[in-house]
Every structure is written in structure tokens, then in C-alpha cells.
Design a protein around this ligand. Structure first.
Ligand code: I3S
Length: 123
């Protein structure tokens, strides 16, 4: 039987605690609820874990997988009163706000995710 742990691990580009709010799911608006998530950027996904200690768990439930192929990323000042907020919209119509108080950290993540979107959307 194939175990989750047998699957090849994708290279991790960045990992850090970031504030994340999912504001819509498949085009349906959701109540904004900011949560501090352990955020892992791989070659084509953003993995959102509730618990840094428990990344072994398959994302799902309290954790989430954001597919970056075909996604759109943009800075937003309208969707939150917080500073340094960018929005990721997936090609299935889910919308996530991502925020951290450090501009340089937010900028680093926005650039890295944009690059990942560009490269995973090309191939
Ligand atoms: O866009 P909103 O509705 O002003 O977002 C705020 C709400 O999510 C609020 O929660 P309640 O709906 O339980 O009041 C949050 O506490 C706020 O942080 C949200 O606004 P910001 O500007 O922080 O994204």
C-alpha cells in the first residue's frame, strides 16, 4: 500500500508563519477569519498548516492547499485595514488574503509566489 510518506517531496522554496484569511471558496464568499498559519511554498502549491509541528498531516480540514497553476496574485488595500496584504485568487475561484507586519517579508513572499505562478502556469 502506498503511504503518503512514500510520495516524492516537492522542494520547499519558503516557509514561515503568515496571517491568512480565506475570503471565498469556489467563487462563494466566506466570512473573513484571519489565522496564523505555517505557510510552505513549494514548486507549485502553497500549503497552509494550522500547526508547524504537524506538517506530516495531509492538508485538509484546518489546513489547506492552494494550487498556484493559473492563479492570480495582487496587492490589495481595499480588502483589509491591515498593512502589507496581498490576495491570491486560484483558477477555481478561491480567494486568500495573506498578511504580515514586515513589509520586506510580505514582499519576499509576494515575489516568490508570483514567480511560482508564472513558472507553474507556463508548463
Ligand atoms: O472585511 P471585514 O469584515 O472588515 O474584516 C474584519 C472581520 O473579519 C473581523 O472579524 P469579525 O467579522 O468577527 O468582526 C476581523 O476581526 C477583522 O480583523 C477583519 O478586518 P481586517 O481589516 O483586519 O481584515
Amino acid at each position: 500500500v502506498l503511504q503518503e510518506s512514500d510520495l516524492p517531496q516537492k522542494p520547499v522554496e519558503l516557509k514561515e508563519h503568515l496571517n491568512v484569511a480565506k475570503i471565498s471558496e469556489s467563487g462563494k464568499k466566506q466570512r473573513k477569519n484571519w489565522a496564523l498559519m505555517w505557510t510552505v511554498l513549494t514548486s507549485d502549491q502553497l500549503l497552509l498548516y494550522k500547526d508547524k509541528q504537524d506538517t506530516s498531516q495531509k492538508p485538509g480540514g484546518k489546513t489547506d492547499v492552494v494550487q498556484l497553476c493559473g492563479a492570480v496574485i495582487e496587492w490589495t488595500k481595499e480588502k483589509s485595514s491591515r498593512k502589507n496584504v496581498f490576495q491570491i485568487t486560484t483558477n477555481t475561484g478561491s480567494e486568500y488574503l495573506v498578511q504580515t507586519d514586515s513589509y520586506s517579508t510580505a514582499n519576499k513572499w509576494c515575489d516568490a509566489i508570483r514567480k511560482t505562478i508564472d513558472s507553474s502556469t507556463k508548463d
